[in-house]
Design a protein around this ligand. Structure first.
Ligand SMILES: [Zn+2]
Length: 731
């Protein structure tokens, strides 16, 4: 097949590297091509689109060469896809399924016969590959060319949603690209594409009405370059009509400056999160890129928002439409915004129920939540909501794409959304429902936001990891910003920053941010909490593990400054953190918790450490006072460790050696700090009832219990995690 060579592209440059590709086997080349295509949001959205190659491989059953369709399976994202994200299927058997389909009397788009075919794909599996094939499989199989790319590019969706889409397609591409009217992806769409290939052997692809682009070639690199060129051709064509916001009817509401936007959001987000999260909490992502700000402030924003998104991938996440609030941006008039949001939410829920009622069929699944996942606020931007950070981020990304689609479609023609019934038939498709049901159960702390103070080392670091493992998103805060960021980065390195997508079975990424906080400074605490609110939309749990240990000097005297520091950090610090978190908790109106790390020293007086011990005794009582003060919304508890030496910044080498000397244990100054810490830790272990060394993990486990619902009815309590010290028993 011949590929047209165009002048060098200005929008989409090829990233293909022959040196890399030539060192790969055919399946790896498919993965390589997919990763390149998935790395640009203008080419395809996160989790959207798919690619395939028909390859000749040896059948282990017969030893013969057979044609195998490798096609991106259900779930997974092209940008990060690996070999295991691709299904492998006997091409011959897939084609033979057409005979099976012919055997149904009642067949056609959206018939039970068509849906039945989906369960047949697994029967064509080659080599026991466990990856489930996607519903787009027949689109790839029935196109009689070796390589097929199906993308959701902004420029092509704009054409696919323009009301004169077929004419535009012809004008831009001539005979090279054909048009197929909107049809839900499935067996019938595969047959329609097969027919296009038969009737138009000269064609290289199809614009799928209301949906996107699919194109093919017999060489993989050629297919990749073709995909780029076709997207580029559409983008260049549309670019001549681009008039920015003028296309959207011009300016209605001005954009607030960055500081004012932030000021609105930090006050609004917790309140809004509370409004949306009465049944199940949500995590937010704020999007304030120029195209979003232009859109929300435009005259036509309300009318376009009401039409909703089109590409099925888009509206499955953004819902049938976003909630647009017609608020005149005014940083001093948040009450007006809130009351408009309250009205808007009520209206949205009514509209959603009406949409469900008018479109539902006899066998439709029950109505799902009727809250918006995208909220548009003039002057401020777009807020995406989801059950995880990654889901809300993808939702925000999709609406950003949808805005580009609407704007460019409006520039050249008139934007058309998918008919409501078609949208409903996708949203409540039995196959979508099955996908949702297959998703793994949510983790225990999913949808919850934790703010961990002292996360740069020791217990705080382990607490961040522990809560994250249970599904919480967290802010790792520390006086030492580098340490906080390293805790965050270490976690991200371990769990990855891969993007999870609702309904695709991709697990969500465990997000964590590193922040600087000085808990002796109210302004610093407030600023850190504002960052948490901007990152996630609110705050559920606050854990304070920061503390300092001061001891008396050689003459047994504690300097005044050390005494003050001890109380300033160990007591006042926790109080200030609680008092600032209260603002967020009150605005949200959702249940939360606070855990303060105290110490068994609070009840065990010891010579030389009375400033520390006294401050921890005060911290114990602060737990009780706060439990009363913050009830019923927030539970407050304390974890009292004893002698957690391992990895503790409170046990620098000097202190460890001093302790070893005190107990008559041998040491050498040249030994490593960790080695000395272990020796001391072992010594302490022998003084406990359980004879076990106490680790930061042990403390993190207790914090998790308090934060979770496992101890959901306990407040005002201190748990010792000390290996068992009778003198520290609370009574
Ligand atoms: Zn698609």
């Amino acid at each position: 097949m011949e590929t047209q060579t165009q002048s060098p592209s200005t929008f989409f440059d090829s990233q293909w590297d022959d040196e890399v590709a030539d060192g790969l086997d055919p399946v790896e080349r498919l993965v390589y091509r997919s990763n390149l295509l998935g790395s640009d949001w203008r080419i395809t959205n996160t989790g959207g689109g798919n690619t395939s190659s028909k390859l000749h491989q040896t059948d282990s059953l017969t030893g013969e060469s057979v044609e195998v369709l490798w096609v991106k399976g259900s779930g997974g994202d092209l940008r990060t896809a690996k070999n295991e994200n691709f299904a492998s299927l006997y091409q011959e058997k897939l084609i033979a399924l057409q005979n099976v389909y012919e055997g149904f009397d009642d067949r056609g788009p959206k018939t039970p016969a068509e849906d039945t075919m989906v369960s047949m794909y697994a029967h064509t599996t080659f080599n026991l590959n466990p990856r489930p094939p996607s519903i787009d499989t027949p689109l790839h199989s029935f196109i009689p060319h070796a390589h097929v790319d199906h993308m959701h590019p902004v420029s092509c969706i704009a054409i696919a949603t323009a009301d004169n889409g077929p004419e535009l397609t012809r004008e831009i591409y001539g005979d090279e690209i054909q048009w197929v009217d909107w049809q839900r992806p499935g067996f019938e769409l595969g047959l329609a594409l097969q027919e296009v290939c038969q009737n138009h052997p000269e064609a290289h692809g199809v614009i799928l009405g209301g949906h996107g682009l699919i194109n093919w070639a017999d060489d993989d690199k050629e297919c990749y370059l073709l995909t780029l060129r076709l997207i580029d051709q559409a983008a260049r064509y549309l670019d001549q009509f681009d008039e920015g916001q003028k296309t959207l009817g011009g300016l209605r509401h001005p954009v607030l400056d960055e500081q004012s936007r932030k000021s609105v959001l930090v006050r609004l987000l917790p309140w809004l999160r509370g409004r949306l999260g009465q049944k199940a909490r949500m995590i937010a992502t704020v999007e304030m890129s120029d195209n979003v700000l232009d859109f929300v402030g435009a005259n036509n924003a309300a009318q376009l928002a009401e039409l909703g998104t089109s590409c099925p991938d888009h509206f499955l996440r953004t819902k049938i439409k976003p909630l647009y609030v017609d608020w005149s941006p005014d940083v001093d008039n948040l009450d007006d915004l809130k009351s408009r949001l309250d009205d808007g939410l009520a209206q949205y829920r009514n509209d959603y129920a009406a949409y469900y009622e008018s479109c539902k069929r006899a066998d439709s699944p029950a109505m799902r939540g009727g809250d918006p996942t995208v909220i548009l606020i003039p002057g401020v931007g777009l807020i995406g909501w989801g059950k995880s950070k990654s889901e809300s981020r993808v939702t925000a990304e999709f609406f950003k794409c949808a805005i580009e689609v609407m704007r460019t479609a409006e520039a050249v023609s008139t934007y058309t959304a998918l008919p409501r019934q078609e949208a409903f038939d996708i949203e409540y498709w039995a196959l979508e429902e099955a996908k949702l049901r297959r998703m793994p159960a949510e983790k225990e702390l999913a949808r919850q936001v934790a703010f961990v103070v002292g996360a740069g080392s020791g217990i705080g670091r382990l607490v961040t990891q522990r809560l994250n493992k249970e599904g919480a998103v967290s802010a790792a805060a520390d006086l030492n910003l580098d340490a906080a960021e390293s805790t965050a980065q270490e976690l991200l390195d371990r769990v990855g920053t891969g993007i999870g997508v609702a309904g695709t079975g991709i697990s969500g990424c465990a997000d964590v941010v590193g922040l600087m906080v000085d808990i002796t400074n109210r302004a610093s605490i407030r600023s850190a909490m504002e960052d948490v609110v901007l990152a996630y939309g609110g705050l559920d749990h606050v854990i304070v593990t920061a503390g300092i240990y001061v001891s008396s000097d050689a003459d047994g005297i504690i300097p005044d400054k050390s005494w003050e520091d001890s109380f300033r950090v160990n007591v006042t610090g926790s109080w200030l953190v609680a008092d600032e978190a209260r603002r967020v908790w009150d605005a949200q109106g959702l249940e939360g918790s606070m855990v303060i790390t105290t110490s068994v020293n609070a009840v065990v007086p010891k010579a030389g450490s009375f400033a520390y011990d006294g401050s921890k005794a005060a911290a114990n009582h602060l737990v009780r006072e706060l439990a009363i003060d913050l009830a019923p919304l927030v539970r407050v508890n304390g974890v009292a460790p004893a002698t957690v030496v391992e990895g503790s910044s409170m046990f620098p080498k000097d202190r460890v050696m001093a302790s070893l000397a005190k107990y008559g244990l041998s040491y050498d100054e040249d030994e490593s700090t960790e080695l000395l810490r272990r020796r001391l830790s072992e010594f302490y272990a022998q003084r406990t009832l359980t004879k076990k060394a106490i680790t930061p993990q042990d403390q993190a486990e207790a914090v998790f219990l308090f934060v979770s619902q496992r101890l959901g009815k306990t407040t005002g309590q201190i748990i010792n995690v000390d290996g068992g010290l009778p003198e520290a028993f609370l009574r």
